[in-house]
Design a protein around this ligand. Structure first.
Ligand SMILES: Nc1ncnc2c1ncn2[C@@H]1O[C@H](COP(=O)(O)OP(=O)(O)O)[C@@H](O)[C@H]1O
Ligand SMILES: CC(=O)OP(=O)(O)O
Ligand SMILES: [Mg+2]
Length: 392
């Protein structure tokens, strides 16, 4: 029996195939929307390079992936497909079986996550038609934050709007749940301290944890708020949007494009949304984009430390957090006031433990959203398919 996990990002599709509880195959397809390309595959002798990507959207790319997996006999005994769904709104927190009724409710959240929700739901619809008997499960990026204290979920807006669900939801919850589990395995009781996790990837956010639970996070109603990202600007004075609409002729669509596609590292550098390209560039605008990125992270870590009343541990994860020694060093240097002291050799070698023995502990922990999705789905799947072995 096997479980396929699909994690659709704005321009990526990550996948992992589990047999029992072991991952037997995983990989990622990047640049969906322009030139889909398989970047890495682990766990099987052959590669997906021979895959023909005839279409260029998430449903077409997932279809090509499924064709290939079938050809390799990898889907024999497929008993479930589990998805990362970015927005669960107020109604969805626990993993849920996807059917057309649930999909219709998740459709209403598309405007709150236009980079992620429509792509993921298109994949689900495609797979429901293709494998009608295979249960599909949604795991939500918002779920981990739903237990936050009331004050950290509110905007200072009129209550009527709050009651309609205009709240701070927060995202990257599957990543934070995975990191929390890893910290607990590594640290035991001390993992319950004042922890900040910095998920710095294409999307970036912070989470303040206490007793292993989310206390506050930098993303809000949508995945636009908080840190500067690859193409998203993060926190912005809402007055800027009013000004653009009232005086510069921007309509809602133009604002959406500006905020989700043209801003962030890409907009400030004018070069790339990818930290690797900016680090390699000597152009002053690339260096300024990096400086602003670090400034925003430092600023928001200060806020998260204030929420938690101090800092016992700081974790870096996701693409930039896992791979950029330069960004980690620049952030840690600016956090000396919190007692943060980086071991530069450990940082250069991308070691798991990064502090020099004094101050808060510092960590680099590769995230694994697919593993979290697989774990979160198993109980539901075992209830649906008794004897399947999903819970064993
Ligand atoms: N070696 C590296 N050095 C610096 N940044 C990197 C490196 N590898 C990846 N990144 C950054 O990580 C980003 C991708 O992060 P990732 O967490 O995989 O994104 P997502 O899952 O949201 O698509 C890239 O856009 C790039 O900015
Ligand atoms: C929610 C979000 O921003 O996700 P990603 O980092 O995959 O873009
Ligand atoms: Mg991501």
């Amino acid at each position: 029996m096997s479980l396929l996990v699909l994690n659709g990002g704005s321009a990526t599709l990550k996948f992992a195939l589990y047999r029992r509880q072991q991952v037997v195959l995983r990989g990622r397809i990047e640049r969906i929307g322009s030139r889909p390309q398989l970047v890495a595959i682990v766990g099987i002798g052959s590669t997906l390079r021979d895959i023909a990507f005839t279409g260029n959207d998430h449903a077409a790319v997932s279809s090509a992936l499924l064709d290939w997996l079938e050809e390799q006999d990898m889907l024999d005994g497929l008993e479930g497909i589990a998805h990362r769904i970015v927005h669960g709104g107020r109604d969805f927190a626990d993993p849920v079986r996807l059917d057309h009724t649930v999909l219709a409710r998740l459709d209403t959240l598309v405007p709150l996550a236009p980079l992620h929700q429509p792509q993921a739901l298109a994949i689900v619809r495609h797979l429901l038609a293709r494998y009608p008997e295979v249960p599909q499960i949604a795991c939500f990026d918002t779920a981990f934050h739903r237990t936050q204290p009331w004050v950290n979920q509110q905007f200072a807006l009129p209550r009527t709007l709050t009651e309609e669900g205009i709240l701070r939801y927060g995202f990257h919850g599957l990543s934070y749940a995975y990191i929390t589990r890893r910290l607990r395995e590594m640290l035991g009781e001390t993992a319950g301290g004042r922890v900040i996790v910095a998920h710095l990837g294409q999307g970036c956010s912070l989470c303040a944890l206490r007793d292993g639970r989310s206390q506050a996070t930098s993303m809000g109603f949508t995945a636009l708020d908080g840190l500067m990202m690859g193409r998203r600007c993060g926190s912005l004075d809402p007055g800027v949007i009013l000004y653009l609409m009232q005086h510069k002729g921007f309509n809602a669509q133009a604002v959406e494009h500006l905020l989700y596609h043209d801003s962030g590292l890409y907009g400030v550098s004018g070069i790339s949304d990818d930290m690797r390209d900016l680090e390699a560039s000597e152009h002053p605008h690339a260096q300024e984009a990096i400086a602003l990125f670090v400034q925003r992270v430092v600023h928001e870590i200060g806020a998260m430390a204030a929420v938690n009343g101090g800092l016992d541990a700081l974790v870096f994860t996701a693409g930039i957090g896992e791979h950029s020694q330069r960004i980690r060093a620049a952030i840690c240097q600016r956090l000396a006031w919190l007692g943060v002291a980086l071991d530069e050799t450990a940082n250069r070698h991308h070691a798991q433990r990064l502090d020099n023995g004094s101050g808060p502990s510092l960590w680099m922990i590769p995230t694994d959203e697919e593993e979290e999705i697989a774990t979160a789905s198993r109980t539901l799947l075992s209830d649906m398919t008794p004897g399947s072995g999903f819970s064993t």
